[in-house]
Write a protein that binds this ligand. Structure first.
Ligand SMILES: Cc1ncc(COP(=O)(O)O)c(C=O)c1O
Length: 414
């Protein structure tokens, strides 16, 4: 016990070298602690350490996974579907695109140039051709560019991102579905970050229409470990057609003996998976049901309101060049400067100076044309800009303080 105490003390000391993710002044990347109930339920399940591969490894936790995933699918109006948890968004997207590749072997995957880089990597892993589609000045997939790419032919799958990683923009899914009618491709929605915003009642019309259309996609990815208040190791993939289970069909000489009921390993590419993730998710959703108007949905709305307020401050400040109006809860802005190189340098300086006063922001490289009021020679070139993910409801009450610190950092950096 004494040795254990020493080791744990050492671990605690080591962990002090981290950013304060729980604090509203941490407003950088997509990071926040899991909900306390998720942490407690996870720890509780760890007394057993269940494995949701086969029912032998996690009987109760497999059932809890089925129930929790059913509630996620219900957000998109799906009652008959196929789905399961994964270790994260990358693996969930891999499974969706693997199934897409089985349906259309050798055909191209298209995604916007703001789609997560995981898609082109997955394309390489699956040996499927991949091409990116240009975005408009708001960072959303450009429909004319998509149509030109479709006209070239040989497209198997289009990936629409609802909540892009850098900017939080929402591809116009409703309009992309119209093109699906015409060109006939498989439509996958990567809503790893944004999926839960289906429950928000305060989205702008464009985003609302895109989220309302999610039920018509062929597959959807949502990450409980991003906006679902979960510990890492929790993504989710859903297929509208339960018959997609046929692609997963395999036999195991040593696993599926205890029950003729479905073992989740029979519909998942990963074998061992943390049953504790399912228990944590199930408990969180019991406490905070996935419904419009509920406490969980209000938390998302508060993050979006925080982003809109910060964006308004930025838009009114002569030293800043605001990026697109936030569709979700992410804000990007560039520093007004005569050139892209100088603007980028100043953003880096502000990022570092703000961190010294405990305001933790992020940086991103984005096309100069996203920033309103910039008169750079080549607006198509990338600029390093500041980025803030306001994904904690508490951010809303901290916007005045965040803005004061940001202005101080900008003044000091200048
Ligand atoms: C839109 C989107 N898709 C996929 C991913 C990859 O997810 P993960 O990091 O859980 O593997 C991310 C991560 O930020 C994301 O934002």
């Amino acid at each position: 016990m004494e040795r254990a105490a020493v080791v744990l003390e050492e671990a605690a000391q080591r962990l002090a070298d981290n950013y304060p993710y729980f604090h509203p002044l941490y407003a950088g990347q997509m990071l926040k602690p899991a909900h306390p109930v998720a942490q407690a339920a996870y720890a509780l399940a760890m007394t057993l350490n269940p494995n949701n591969h086969a029912l032998d490894g996690g009987r109760a936790s497999s059932q809890m996974e089925v129930e929790a995933v059913r509630e996620i699918a219900a957000m998109f109006g799906w009652s008959q579907f196929l789905g399961h948890l994964t270790s994260g968004g990358t693996f969930a997207n891999l499974e969706a695109l693997w199934v897409a590749g089985q349906m259309a072997p050798g055909k191209k995957i298209l995604a916007s140039d703001q789609a997560h880089y995981t898609h082109s990597r997955i394309g390489a892993v699956l040996k499927l051709p991949y091409a990116s589609v240009a975005t408009d000045d708001r960072g959303r997939m450009d429909l004319a560019a998509l149509e030109s790419a479709l006209a070239l032919g040989d497209v198997g799958t289009v990936v629409a991102t609802l909540g892009t990683t850098a900017v939080g923009t929402v591809d116009p899914l409703d309009r992309i579905l119209e093109l699906k009618e015409q060109y006939g491709f498989r439509l996958h929605v990567d809503a790893a970050y944004g999926g839960y915003f289906r429950l928000a009642s305060t989205l702008a019309d464009d985003a609302e229409r895109a989220f309302a259309a999610m039920g018509e996609a062929d597959s959807i990815v949502v990450d409980p470990h991003k906006h679902g208040l979960q510990p890492y190791g929790c993504g989710c993939v859903l297929f509208r057609d339960p018959a997609m289970g046929r692609w997963y069909k395999h036999d195991s000489p040593y696993t599926y003996f205890t029950s003729s009921e479905l073992h989740l390993g029979e519909i998942s590419l990963e074998c061992s998976r943390a049953g504790a993730s399912a228990v944590a998710l199930w408990a969180t959703q019991r406490l905070l049901p996935l419904v419009r108007g509920g406490a969980f949905a209000r938390g998302l709305e508060q993050g979006r309101e925080a982003a809109l307020r910060l964006h308004r401050h930025i838009a009114a400040d002569l030293h800043c060049l605001p990026g697109p109006t936030p569709e979700l809860d992410i804000v990007v802005w560039a520093v007004r400067a005569p050139s892209i190189a100088e603007s980028s340098q100043r953003a880096q300086k502000i990022f570092e100076t703000a961190a010294q006063s405990d305001l933790h922001l992020a940086l991103a490289r984005l096309p100069g044309r996203y920033f309103h009021g910039a008169d750079w020679r080549d607006p198509g070139q990338d600029v390093t800009c500041l980025r803030s993910v306001l994904m904690k409801p508490e951010h809303l009450h901290w916007i005045p303080e965040i803005w004061v610190r940001l202005q101080q950092a900008a003044a000091e950096a200048a």
